[in-house]
Design a protein around this ligand. Structure first.
Ligand SMILES: Cc1cc2nc3c(=O)[nH]c(=O)nc-3n(C[C@H](O)[C@H](O)[C@H](O)COP(=O)(O)O)c2cc1C
Length: 355
C-alpha cells in the first residue's frame, strides 16, 4: 500500500490519507465573510480526495488580514458563514482544518492580482502592528510596535477565533507562524528588536508563539490535533534559521502540538530562495528527526512518486500541496491511479473512474 494513501492518526483524529490541502488565501471574502467561492473551491478539493482540507489564513481581527479581501473569524457572523464549508468538507470524508493568523506588518495590502502593494488609509488600508517599528520594505508603512496590552489583546483574539473554529466543527487547528506575518515577526531577530521579555534571546522571541500555542492547545480538545506552520528559515544570514526552528519545534512538542508544517521564507521579500522540487522537504526531515515531532513537507511537490518517496523515506509524515491542487483539484484521484491504489471516488463521479 502506498504510504500516501495510508491513514494517519493524530490524537483521536484519523485522517483518511496523507494528502493535506495547504492553506491558500483566495482574496475573495467581503468583510472577512466566507461565501460561495470558498464553498465551491474548498468543497471541490474535498471532492478531489485530499485527506485534510485546510481553510486559508483566516484573520483573528480585521487588522490581521493581509488584504481587505481575506477571510476572518472575529465575530459570530464569520463563524456562521464558514459553517457550510466545514460541513461540506466533512460530508466528503475529508478532515476540515483551518489556519488562523495575523498578518502583522504585512497587513493592509492589495490583492496579488493588483500587485499586493501597500494600501494607505485613503485606499482602504489600515495601521499595521508588529513586534518592532520596522517596515517590511520602504514601500510599506512603518508598523506600530505592540505594547504589552496590544500583545494581550491579540492573544485574546487568537483565543476567540479558535473557540469559534471549534464551535463550527473544525477538527484541526493550525497556528500560522510563517511567511513573515505577525508571529513569525516575533520569532525572527530581523523583525523583532524588542528589549522586553518578547525580544532578544531565542526564548524571548519564541515567548509569544509558545504562549498562544499553549493557550490554544488548552482550549482545543484533547482528541483533536493542532498544527503549527513555521518558516524554517528566513533564507537570510543573521535571520531565523533551521537550528532555531528545531528548538522551537521541541518546545511546541512539549506543549502538545502534534505536527509542524514546514514552510520557509516570507520575512525578507528579496531573500534569495533556491526554490526547486521539494526544496523545503529537508526542513520537514530535520524537524521530524531532531525535534521528534511529526512534520509536514510542502513546496513544489507535484508528482505522486515524489510525494510517495518523501513519505516512504521517512522525511515527513504528511504532504501539503498548494498550487498543484489549483491546477488539478482531483490530483489525489490521479495520484492513486499512478500508485495503483483503488481510491473510492464520489458516487457521482464513478462513471469516469475507469475511462
Ligand atoms: C494562492 C496561494 C495562497 C496561499 N495562501 C497561504 C495561506 O493562506 N497560508 C499559508 O501558510 N500559505 C499560503 N500559501 C503558501 C502555500 O500554502 C504553500 O506553502 C506554497 O504555495 C508552496 O507549496 P506549492 O509549491 O505546493 O504551491 C499560499 C500559496 C498560494 C499559491
Amino acid at each position: 500500500m502506498a504510504q500516501l494513501f495510508t491513514p494517519i492518526c493524530l490524537r483521536g483524529t484519523e485522517i483518511k490519507n496523507r494528502i493535506f490541502v495547504a492553506p491558500m488565501c483566495q482574496y475573495s471574502a467581503e468583510n472577512g465573510l466566507a461565501n460561495h467561492w470558498h464553498l465551491v473551491h474548498l468543497g471541490g478539493l474535498a471532492v478531489g480526495g485530499a485527506g485534510l482540507v485546510m481553510v486559508e489564513a483566516t484573520a483573528v481581527s480585521p487588522e490581521g488580514r493581509i488584504t481587505p479581501k481575506c477571510l476572518g473569524l472575529w465575530s459570530p457572523q464569520h463563524a456562521e458563514a464558514l459553517k457550510p464549508v466545514v460541513d461540506f468538507i466533512r460530508s466528503q470524508g475529508a478532515t476540515p482544518a483551518i489556519q488562523i493568523g495575523h498578518a502583522g506588518r504585512k497587513a493592509s495590502c492589495d490583492v496579488p492580482w493588483r500587485d499586493s502593494h501597500f494600501l494607505s488609509a485613503d485606499q482602504g488600508g489600515w495601521q499595521t502592528v508588529a513586534p518592532s517599528a520596522i517596515p517590511v520594505t520602504p514601500q510599506h508603512a512603518v508598523p506600530i510596535a505592540l505594547d504589552k496590552d496590544g500583545i494581550k489583546e491579540i492573544s485574546a483574539q487568537f483565543h476567540a477565533a479558535a473557540e469559534r473554529a471549534l464551535a463550527i466543527g473544525f477538527e484541526v487547528l493550525e497556528l500560522h507562524c510563517a511567511h513573515g506575518y505577525l508571529l513569525h515577526e516575533f520569532l525572527s531577530p530581523l523583525s523583532n528588536q524588542r528589549t522586553d521579555e518578547y525580544g532578544g534571546s531565542l526564548e524571548n522571541r519564541c515567548r509569544l508563539v509558545l504562549e498562544i500555542a499553549r493557550d490554544l492547545r488548552a482550549l482545543w480538545p484533547a482528541d483533536k490535533p493542532m498544527l503549527v506552520r513555521i518558516s524554517a528559515t528566513d533564507w537570510v544570514e543573521g535571520g531565523w534559521d533551521i537550528e532555531q526552528s528545531i528548538q522551537l519545534s521541541r518546545w511546541l512538542k512539549d506543549l502538545g502540538i502534534d505536527l509542524i508544517d514546514c514552510s520557509s521564507g516570507g520575512l525578507v521579500l528579496d531573500a534569495k530562495i533556491p526554490a526547486g522540487p521539494g526544496y523545503q522537504t529537508v526542513f520537514a526531515e530535520r524537524i521530524r528527526k531532531e525535534a521528534g515531532i511529526a512534520s509536514g513537507a510542502v513546496g513544489i511537490i507535484t508528482s505522486a512518486l515524489q510525494a510517495e518517496h518523501i513519505l516512504a523515506t521517512g522525511q515527513a509524515d504528511v504532504i501539503l500541496l498548494a498550487r498543484v491542487l489549483l491546477s488539478d483539484p482531483h490530483w489525489p484521484m490521479r495520484a492513486a491511479k499512478e500508485l495503483h491504489v483503488d481510491l473510492p471516488w464520489p458516487d457521482q463521479y464513478v462513471r469516469a473512474k475507469h475511462l
